[in-house]
Structure formats: structure tokens, C-alpha cells
Design a protein around this ligand. Sequence first.
Ligand code: ZN
Length: 465
Amino acid sequence: MQDLIENIIDNATKLGASYVDLRFDTTQSTRIRVRNNEVTTFRTLFEQGAGLRVLVDGAWGFTMSSDLKKLASSVDKAVKLAKQSAAHRTERIEIEQQRRFRSDVEWKTKRPHDSLSIEDKLEFALETNKRPRDLSENIAMVDNTYLEGDISRWFANSEGTFIKHSKPVTAAIIRLVGKLGDRMVVRSKALGGLAGLEALPYDDFLQIAEEETGNVLNLLEAKAAPSGDFQAVLNYDLGYTLAHEAFGHLGEGDAIIQGDSILEGKIGEHVASDKVTIIDDPTMREAIGIPAYGSYPFDDEGIKAVPTTLVDRGELVSYLHSRETARKLGQKVTGNARVEDYKRLPLVRMSNTYIKPSTYSEEELLEDVKDGVYLVDSRGGQTTGQGTFHVGVQMVYLVKHGEKGELRRGTAIAGRTLDTLKKIDAVGKQISFDIGGCGKGDPEQSVRCGSNGPPIRVSSITVGG
Ligand SMILES: [Zn+2]
């Protein structure tokens, strides 16, 4: 296999490519989805394939196939494509130089996926679906998915880098819809990680399903959230949404180059309060030792993963880069080029982006809130390159004189991202780890991201609308 991959790369170089890289994936996965006691998906599949990228005369060409031998026979087409594309480009694409790596990394699992029968997994998925509906007839819909995968990716390029990385992934996701009269409440929650079955203790997830059922039932009875500008504590998930969705995408090198980010030209400037340090760390590990959900040892251009500080005590210090965007902006490669699978071309992506924890316990964050809100969990929303955000909030607690009180229904928060980051006056010490995904590009590519972070406090945020 290694010989065949190296031959393909040599061949592309002989045909005139100045740089070549190849990604080869094999994935064994199982997915079970249950909606209201009905099994809607139950499949196990094995997929494999390779994508070849060539840089010729300053333009990219690409070809892919599920069969490496077929890929070998279409190398000349990728080179031709790149040449034709080069003829229509005004600017040559160049990439930042990198050292070569040889590496074989296997992220091991304590409880491999085959240590449990498929019948047991189906039973777990069915039980997860049944519990909430048994607890109340106001739970109108339960939709849950069990997912496991064993993924291997090979990466090789014409500079002599050759990397093999294998990792397991296990996750469960539940979505609950509660109905009472004409009122409807939706909650969703997930558990899992880049590990075998140890990332998803079934009893823990069943307990989450029960807790979320309680939240849905309480929200059905709750009054509407207040609206206006409030002092607020944002739970880890909303803090993460600010760091990743509202801010992080603005720091991606391609957004800067396309002129679609207000962070353009702002390196060295204060973009947040001095309480805020934002890091993107593909080497991050969860408290229990398994890699955080957006982790990788090398990015999909074969660059060794390292943490990148985007904001250091309020000051913007770096963007995130691929080899191409780093070269174009004259900055250091950060190892943030990622693909969804072998069928796609790398884009600049985040990994585990989080606000660095500080020293405040949750009680201490709440202590100084006289008349404000505690906001829990995000639900969709929009952000713009101009730096505005509008994000759904799933649950709201009123806070009076430092005490978390009455639960109110979900709402939304909105504002200008940098103004809001400048209003962060305290950061919690307890970091939470969650699994998340991020979509980008056209056609959209989805990659795993760690939805991690501590709670934060803002002196004022617009709630409602
Ligand atoms: Zn995102």
C-alpha cells in the first residue's frame, strides 16, 4: 500500500507537479437511529478511498477514487486540470515550506467497539428512546442516534512526509421534543468522544436522558425569558459558541484573505477584555485522558498539531492557517488544514477552540450578579464576518443578588462579538468537555470540534428577540 501511494506521488511529480499530497481513508462505522421507538437507521458500513491534490504552475488540481489503483490511472487528469486552471489564474498559489514527518499514531481504546454485541447496542438505543417517553406523556418525540467508528487516515506528500493515524469515535445524541397545549420545547444533548466504548458509559447517557426529560418538562411550565440588556453568566456551551462560532471563524486565514473578517489587520490590537485568552488546541485532552473531540496529531496537510493562542489577555496575536493561507499572509503555519474525508480539499478549520479557564467557581461568578440571568446551552444561530452574532439559548435562570433562581424558557442573545468579548469581566475555572461539529465551505464539509470551555460572566448582553 505504501509503495502504491508513493508511486502515485512520484508519477504526479514527474508529470510536472511542484507539490503533491494524498489522503487515504478507511472507515468502519455503525449507526443506529431510533425515533419514537421506531428504528429508522441501522447500518454498519466499510468505506475507503483516496484523494490526490497536485499543485502545478501555481494552481491546484484534484482527483479522488474509492480505489487506489483507479486513482493511479487518473493522476494525469488531475495534473491537466491544474494546468488548465493555472492558465486562468492571475496569482500563483504558493505554500509555506514545512519539514517532513514520518509517523504512525494509533489512539488506543480501552473498550473496543467489538467488545459488545450489536444486539446490546440496539438495546441501548431503544432503551434511551423509551426512558423519556415512560416518564411523561408530554414528551411528544424522542429521536436518538448511536454512532461508532474506527477511522484510519494515511497522509503522504511529495516532500517525503508519510503519516498514518488511527482513531476510534463513539457518540450518542438525544433530541427531545416536549408538548403542552400549543407550547413546544426542544432539548438536545450528546455524550461521547475519540475513544472506544469507554467514551460512552451507557448508564451515564441514560441518566442524561432522564435529566433532559426533567428540563423539558420544567421548560414547558416555565414563563418566557425576560428581554433587555442584562448582566449574565454564560454556561460553558455558550462561552464556547462565542469563542468558536462568533469569534473563531473570524480568525481563519481564508476568511482574512477573502476580506470577510473584521479581524483583518487587527493583529496586536485589543479585541477582548484582558480576562480573555482564546486558544485553539488540537492536542487537548479531556480530564479523563482521552483526546478532546476536535483533536488530531497532524492536520490534513501533514503539519504536526500544536496549540495556537489566538487572543492573549485581550490582544489578538494569531490567525489560524493552512500552508497556503500562512504563505499568502506571511505568517506561521498553525496546522489547521482539515478535510471531512478523502473526497474533499483541505480548508482552514478550528480544532478545540476555548476560552482559557481562570479562577472563579460558579458561585463566585454568580456572586456579583445583582439582577441578571444565567444562560444555559446554545441552539443554532447566525454569525457574520462583520462580527455580529445572534445565538439561540436553550434555558434561562433569573439571578437575584447572586442567587440562581427561577427557570425561564429559551431565548436568544445578540450583539457585536468584539464588544461582547470586551465585556467579559470574569472567567470560570471549571472546564467542560463536549462533542461538537462545525460546517464550512461549499459544498459544506463537517469536521469534529471540541465544544469545550469554562463558564464566563459578561457585564452586559442583549437578551431576547
Ligand atoms: Zn464553526
